[in-house]
Design a protein around this ligand. Structure first.
Ligand SMILES: [Zn+2]
Ligand SMILES: [Zn+2]
Length: 345
């Protein structure tokens, strides 16, 4: 039997970035330079209620625009693949529908953040009765904000100096909700990870400085998309490749601060193999393979229930059930990687 295990191409990028157009501090030139230094291939700028960033290739980085639709209270929505700005509304169903009308895809932003931000866009939380197209399962800034204890000056100083230590795992509540949404549909409800980078400038201190500069944020939560062909040099074609991968769930979310080697996660049989966002038939040879390059806790989740876990650098598991499989990888009890589901039928 002829095997068709094709070569894949992986590209790291960052989603959920704010520029000067909303509450971030950098322009596209600054942000793309930081992305280049962080070793990324692509970024998606998502300013609050704003959609006139000029897309293109800057400093070798594919810069795509999206919008973080942000009503005055709650339900921020990361809209990607849209053509024109979508107004926020106190009824979120209206903008969820408007994203779909433009053939875009929307992700419930920071759905479980519980600290109210002190800025012009106080979110927070997502109304779980609403059905988004996708979920931002991990948001760096939300996790940091929720852990921050500003009552104690030492804790506060620690939180700024050792900010990455506050980031532990993707919130369990968000993962659970994402699994529930996936269980209701045959198609994959995709997940993304966001950094929510603002590079806020603090001017009132004795020395002006930038909190969470873009470059340092870009080395945290990345989205690794997997493509069948290399990214095109033509921006418009590459943009479609990137957005299609995100839309299909051909994307694994990693925290580079924990480990900087892309894990290999696939389900295969004697004929072919499938990665995040793909479908494969179950037969007697169907296996799941995870390779991490470092000792890790590898968890296999089937239809929202934990099926298997092991502590190892790699694992191979023979599969006997159909369903949606996803993988979580933890290193030293911190979240490192979260795959999108692979569907076995
Ligand atoms: Zn937000
Ligand atoms: Zn944001």
């Amino acid at each position: 039997m002829e095997s068709c295990k094709l070569k894949n191409f992986k590209y790291q990028g960052v989603i959920h970035i704010h520029s000067l157009k909303s509450d971030g501090s950098g322009d596209i030139e600054t942000i793309s330079k930081a992305a280049q230094k962080a070793g990324l291939s692509w970024i998606i700028i998502t300013d609050h209620n704003h959609f006139d960033t000029k897309e293109g290739i800057y400093n070798g980085i594919y810069v795509i625009k999206g919008e973080e639709i942000s009503p005055k209270s709650e339900n921020h929505y990361i809209a990607l693949g849209i053509n024109k700005q979508i107004e926020p509304n106190e009824n979120p169903q209206i903008y969820i529908d408007n994203v779909r009308k433009q053939n875009g895809i929307g992700f419930a932003a920071h759905p479980d953040e519980f600290t109210r931000r002190k800025n012009n866009y106080p979110p927070i939380n997502w109304n779980k009765d609403l059905i988004p197209d996708g979920v931002e399962i991990w948001n760096w800034f939300s996790c940091w904000g929720d852990k921050l204890n500003s009552k104690n000056i030492f804790t506060l100083a620690f939180s700024y100096l050792f900010k990455h230590r506050l980031i532990s795992k993707a919130p369990q509540k968000s993962l659970q909700w994402w699994d529930e949404l996936n269980s209701k549909k045959q198609a994959i409800i995709p997940a993304i990870g966001g950094v929510d980078a603002h590079a806020l400038k603090v001017k009132k201190c004795f020395l002006p400085f930038t909190i969470f500069p873009y470059k340092s944020m870009f080395k945290t939560i990345n989205n690794v998309i997997t493509l069948k062909e290399p990214l095109s040099e033509n921006f418009e074609i590459a943009k479609e490749q990137i957005l299609n991968a995100i839309r299909s769930g051909n994307n694994t979310i990693i925290n580079r601060h924990i480990h900087n080697k892309i894990p290999n996660i696939e389900i295969g049989n004697s004929i072919k193999s499938a990665h995040s966002g793909e479908i494969l038939n179950l037969d007697k040879t169907t296996y799941l393979k995870v390779e991490v390059n470092k000792k890790a806790l590898i968890k296999v989740i089937l239809d929202g229930r934990e099926l298997y876990e092991c502590v190892a650098k790699k694992c191979n598991l023979l599969l006997t059930q159909i369903g949606k499989y996803r993988v979580e990888i933890l290193i030293n009890n911190k979240g490192f990687a979260y795959s999108n589901p692979i569907v076995v039928i």
